[in-house]
Each structure stands twice: as structure tokens, then as C-alpha cells.
Design a protein. Structure first.
Length: 258
């Protein structure tokens, strides 16, 4: 087992007052799993990601990575076990796309951050795998938003961690790019013995590609295979609060069954 949560509560504190967003989270993650994190805006997707990454403290419960409590894992050790891609793009002057990808190797370099021949080989292999040779030597800031996002995902894979967490990885991509990236994530998950969690608002992409769905709704999280989640009553309820007709609701739900 790669990661496990036990009775985890997530949320925030303000002036000593706790506000729970999701309670009693009990999840397990294994290698070779592509996990889609879905839920309406404000349901707690970002809070869960931040808590798993140790960016935000949990309100209660525990998180274990390789059976070690997250609270006991130092930042450097964590960077060798989890890599992260934010939904927010950043500006970086005077650096090539390849150099951005190379930053994924920093947890393994010496004091001066000099890449070994093996580090360089890993970076080159990632560039080939992502089919981005044509933009590798370009200035990062001169790339399109979609190209930047691909570079940042490639950097995460260059970090070579067992778990990769991506917050809305397809948010800056066009329709074909969205499917391309998620299918690539699935391929790399299987071929590289990794686990990948990605949050998304695109239910069709999530249900068509993910092995496991984490569905957050009304302060709880349900985990299951896509068909199990589609048939869950709580999942069906998210459409009832909309202005969609019953026929339209059924059509949407049926479109997710693959």
C-alpha cells in the first residue's frame, strides 16, 4: 500500500474555531492506479490535496505513506515520494522548458544542484515520452498555456516519485489536449509502477480513464470504480440541484458509464 488515510478530517481553523469540510476520510492508494478526484466547487478537493501534500494541517486523523506517518516525514523525504503539479501556471524568465523539467531532479542532486549523467538521461527520456522534443529548448515563457502545463507535468514525472498529485492538470488544454494528457497519465501509471491522483471538473474524462473515482459530496468522500460511483445515490443527487430535466440528468449519467 502506497498511501492510507485513517479517520481523516480536513478543513481549516480561524481564531481557534474549526470548520470541517470533509470528515472521516478512509482511503487507500496502491501503485498502478489512476485516481480521479471529483466534486462540485467548494466541496473540498483542493483542501484534500493540500492536506495530503502537507501544505495544510489535518483537523484530525492520520495519513500514512509507505506505512510511515506523514507528520514524521521531513520535506526532502516527502519530495522523493510525492510530486505535485498545481493548476496555476507561473512565469519564469530566461529558462528553457527542458531546464524546467530538470528541476524535477533537484531532490536527488548534491548541494550545488548539478545533474548527474543519470539525471540527464531521465530528463531526456521524459521529453521523449511526452513527445515534446519540439519545444524542449524553447523559453518557458514563450510557450502556450497548454504547452506550459505539459512541461510542468513532465517535471513531476522527472521527479520520479511513487505518487504524483495533479490539481486540474487539463485546465489549460483544449479538448484534444485534455484527453491526450489524461490518457498519457494512465499509460505512465501502468508502465512506471506509479499512482496518480488528478482533480478534475470534466466528468467524462474522469470516468472514461480513471481506475478509481474519489467523489466528494456533502462533507464526505466515496471511493469506488467508475461504474460503482455512477450508480451511487449521492452522485446522482448532484444533478438534481440543477435546472436539468430528469431526462437530461439520466442522459448525463448514462454518458459516464463506460
Amino acid at each position: 500500500m502506497l498511501l492510507k488515510t485513517e479517520n481523516l478530517n480536513i478543513g481549516f481553523k480561524n481564531k481557534g474555531i474549526e470548520t470541517k469540510i470533509v470528515s472521516n476520510i478512509n482511503l487507500e492508494i496502491n501503485k498502478n492506479e489512476l485516481i480521479a478526484l471529483v466534486g462540485i466547487n467548494g466541496s473540498g478537493k483542493s483542501s484534500l490535496i493540500k492536506t495530503l501534500l502537507k501544505f495544510q494541517k489535518s483537523l484530525a486523523g492520520e495519513i500514512f505513506i509507505h506505512n510511515k506517518n506523514l507528520k514524521e516525514i521531513a520535506p526532502k523525504e516527502l519530495s522523493e515520494q510525492i510530486s505535485y503539479v498545481s493548476s496555476k501556471l507561473f512565469e519564469q524568465n530566461n529558462i528553457t522548458a527542458k531546464n524546467i523539467i530538470s528541476l524535477g531532479r533537484l531532490p536527488y542532486t548534491k548541494w550545488f544542484g548539478i545533474l548527474s549523467n543519470n539525471d540527464k538521461k531521465i530528463v531526456d527520456e521524459i521529453i521523449t515520452t511526452f513527445n515534446i522534443e519540439n519545444i524542449a529548448e524553447k523559453q518557458f515563457n514563450n510557450l502556450s498555456d497548454g504547452e506550459k502545463q505539459k512541461i510542468l507535468i513532465a517535471r513531476a514525472f522527472a521527479q520520479d516519485t511513487d505518487l504524483i498529485i495533479l490539481d486540474e492538470p487539463s485546465s489549460h488544454l483544449d479538448i484534444s489536449g485534455k484527453y491526450e494528457v489524461v490518457k498519457l497519465l494512465k499509460k505512465l501509471t501502468l508502465e512506471n509502477n506509479k499512482a496518480v491522483i488528478f482533480s478534475t471538473h470534466d466528468l467524462n474524462i474522469a470516468f472514461a480513464n480513471a481506475d478509481i473515482i474519489w467523489f466528494i459530496f456533502n462533507g464526505k468522500i466515496i471511493s469506488g470504480k467508475p461504474k460503482e460511483i455512477v450508480n451511487n445515490s449521492d452522485f446522482k443527487n448532484i444533478f438534481k440541484s440543477s435546472n436539468l430535466s430528469v431526462k437530461e440528468q439520466i442522459k448525463i449519467i448514462n454518458s459516464l458509464i463506460v
